[in-house]
Each structure stands twice: as structure tokens, then as C-alpha cells.
Design a protein around this ligand. Sequence first.
Ligand SMILES: Cc1cc2nc3c(=O)[nH]c(=O)nc-3n(C[C@H](O)[C@H](O)[C@H](O)COP(=O)(O)OP(=O)(O)OC[C@H]3O[C@@H](n4cnc5c(N)ncnc54)[C@H](O)[C@@H]3O)c2cc1C
Length: 471
Amino acid sequence: MKIMTKESHLVRLKTDVLENFRTRLKGLVLKPGDAAYEESRTVWNDMIQRRPALVVKCLGTADVIASVQFARDNNLLLCIKSGGHNIAGLAVADDALMLDMSLMRGVWVDTNKKIAHAQAGCLLGDVDRETQIHGLAAVLGFISQTGISGLTLGGGFGYLTRRWGWTADNLTGIDVVTADGKLVRASDQENPDLFWGMRGGGGNFGVVTGIDYKLYPIGPEIVGGLVAWPASEALKVLELYRMLAEDAPRELTLVAIIRPAPPAPWLPSQWHGKMIAGILACYTGNPDEGEKIVAPIKSFGKPIGDVLVRRPYTQIQSLLDATQPKGRHNYWKSEYIDSIDPELCEKIVRHTESIPSRHSALVLFQIEGALNELDVDYSPAGNRNARYVFNAVGSWEKSESDNENLKWVRCVWNDIKEFSTGSSYINFLTEDESDERVKASLGKAIKRLREIKAKWDPNNLFRTNRNIKPA
Ligand SMILES: Cc1cc2nc3c(=O)[nH]c(=O)nc-3n(C[C@H](O)[C@H](O)[C@H](O)COP(=O)(O)OP(=O)(O)OC[C@H]3O[C@@H](n4cnc5c(N)ncnc54)[C@H](O)[C@@H]3O)c2cc1C
């Protein structure tokens, strides 16, 4: 069989070499044509269609070690897929050796130390499910099917970010198989340089096999959900959002969403497909207090739907899942924003009038809080001046509509980027983003990251990512 080297040459892999590799593994080895190959090679964003030569479905750390050693000894191009949610499709490369981590989904909770150890193939929902048994939660993102590994290595934000910072700011350790094929522990005590680099520097330094998250008492009941109004009220809704967000306690996270109404049961059917403006709120403190705090949202104007209620924390963590299924065409443009300018709101509203797909949206996530108070270089997730994430979300079904949708997203972005801090969330960058955008996301951390890369992966084995070249 033919397989790609690190330097992008196709070479022949001899049958006996492959068979010998197989004997070192407990997990499955898949090739094109095998039944499970298609599921492994496809990612959330259907615009990405790549075909690795070989997939190893790792069944434990020993499989990861054997695979990294095999890739290194044969100079192979290696890619790693955990949740497969990266919009740029960084998890998969043509003709490469791919490690599919999706069978490694165990979670162990230490209630005394308030730490969860999660295997690298976990989705966010796996961690929430196990930690919530104990009324605890890690700082994770908004969609329960996203992979923990890519999210954490690139920063990570969600409903708890305002209280405790980036996901990457809230780790106690990472287990990683490095380029020499050894299992290494990275923490403040052991290999602190590696630990620092992995908390925002992506998968540049090795294959993560497990992550230890700090846990915080949350729920199990919180106050959360959405309220939606007709888009004719969008400017007023954004003004309400701005006002509430500016004064919001850290327990409250607010997200503004303008989009065509999805066919959700809580929205009257005559509204499905029509433009709406919504506020998604989540209050993770005392629910009695939460009900008072979200009251101004619920009593504002005449909502067409309101599911902002007391509910389990695990429910709010998966509330948006149905709107983000695997297999659509997706294209985003995103920026960090440090304050909400009325002119930005006007532009957002204007662009939603020409939205070409019923799945697309313009979204503002509030992240302001703890992350702004940590030292600039506490972790390379950095961006300590970011207070909101703006995302122009293009999502549609058929490739015939690619051009129209790409054009719309780029047009929105061109018009709103003047409000940016000058940087954007690295995990939201699409396939066609420039090196300059990646550099801007990493900021000054890049110098130290290159030194760490030179120490831990001098030959750049781990390159199918937002690649940091060794210094
Ligand atoms: C619908 C949707 C919702 C999202 N919501 C949020 C959100 O709320 N908050 C947020 O912060 N982000 C969010 N994201 C962005 C998300 O953080 C990134 O897409 C992230 O890359 C997903 O992680 P993954 O494990 O699924 O990635 P994958 O696509 O599997 O991998 C992404 C990158 O990480 C590397 N990688 C993966 N696993 C490992 C490993 N074990 N060891 C080393 N490197 C590895 C890969 O090589 C690749 O470069 C969302 C994305 C989508 C599509």
C-alpha cells in the first residue's frame, strides 16, 4: 500500500512491515474499503473530504505509543482525530497514518481532589455526564459532541469561562506520548514547559492520551435556555444583550444569536425558517438567584418562544446539539471583540437580512471575566483582552450552495472585523485562514511555543495542526 511521508512523498509500505505493526496493536487497523473506515475518516465539517492511508483505532496508551513509534521509524505523516469537530479538518490528512482516539472515552472523577481524568477521545458530554453525578463540572464548551482534546489544546470556552477562564487555564495535568514514543506526564511539577505549551499550543507537542481537569461545584440544577423574538426586534434585543452583559455577574453567561428559526418544538411552527433574534442565558449559581437575574430577559417585549428555565446542567450543555449535526457544509469567520459597539449591532442586523441558509447564524458569545484577570502568559490560550467572541456561522447542506454561503460569511467578516481586538479564536479558524491569522491568535506566546517545539518535537512529527515550527 501507498502512504505519505512527513515530507509529502508517497511511498510503498511493505506488507510485512504493516503486518508486524498490526501485531503490536490491540485496536483496529482500518484501510479504505473497510466498513468502519468511512466513519473514521469523515469529520464534522462535510467540506473536508480527506482519505488517510491507514487508520488505527487506538484502544489504549500502548496503541498510541506503538503508532507514534511506527510513524517516526517510517517517517510517516501522522494525524490525530479525537472528536473530529475542528472546522478546518485538522484531524485528517490524505494518505496519512491517522490515530482515531474515539474508543478511548473513559472518565474517572476524584471527588476529594475535585479533578476529573478524561481519556483523549472523550466528547464534552462524556465528562459532564460523569462529573455531574457528583455535582461537579469542568470548564468545557457549548456542544456536547465536541471532542475534549482539540477544544482543550486550543483554549476552550463555554458557560463556565466567565468564572474560571479558558478550559486550558483549568487543567492539573496532561498525559502525552511525545515524538520519541514515550509516555510523559506534563503538569506544573513535571515537565512544566510542555504543560504550558499544551494549554493553547494545540497538538504540536505529542499525542494526548488523557487530560486532568479541575472541577467546580455546579448544579445539578441551573437556570438556562433561550428566549426568542421576531428579528424585527433584533436591534432592541442586541441592546438588551449589551446592557445585561455589561453588568452580568460571573455566574451568568449570555449569548446573542440571530438566525432563521430552527424547527424546534418550543418555537411555533409558523415561525420555522423565519428570522429570529435570541438570547441564550445560563446562570450557574444558586437557581433562586438565577431566576431573578434572568427575569429582565423573560419579561422583555413579546417573545415568540421562551425555554429559559430551571433545568439540569447536562441539559443546557447539549441544548444546541441538534442545530450542529455532523455532515453539513460549514464555514466560519470569527473575531474577538472587547466591547459591543452599537454600530457593530447595526451591522450584524443588516447582514442577517441577506442570510442565504436556514442553518446559518450570527452569534456573540460572552467570555469576559476570569480570563481577563490571569497573567498575559498564564497559558498560551492568552488573548486576555478578549471579552466576546463574534462568529459568522455559515452552515448549509449542498455543495451547489458553497459559493453563495462562503461569499456571505466573508462579506459579514469584512464588514465587522474593524471591531476586532486584532485576534481570533484559533479553534474557529477555517482551512483557508492565513498564517498571519494563526500568529495573531497565538500572539507573543509563539516565541516560547517554538522553543518548546524544538525541545519536544524537533523534527516536527506532529504537524497536522496549526503548526508551530521548531525554533
Ligand atoms: C459545532 C461546534 C461547536 C463548537 N463549540 C465550541 C465551544 O463551545 N467552545 C470552544 O472552545 N470550541 C468550540 N468548538 C471548536 C472546537 O474547540 C474545535 O473544533 C476543536 O478542534 C474540537 O476538538 P476535537 O477533539 O473534536 O478536534 P479534532 O477535529 O479531532 O482535532 C482537532 C485538532 O486537535 C488535534 N488533536 C485532536 N486530538 C488530539 C490528541 N489526542 N492529541 C494531540 N492532538 C490532538 C488534531 O491533530 C487537530 O489538529 C466547536 C466546534 C464545533 C464544530
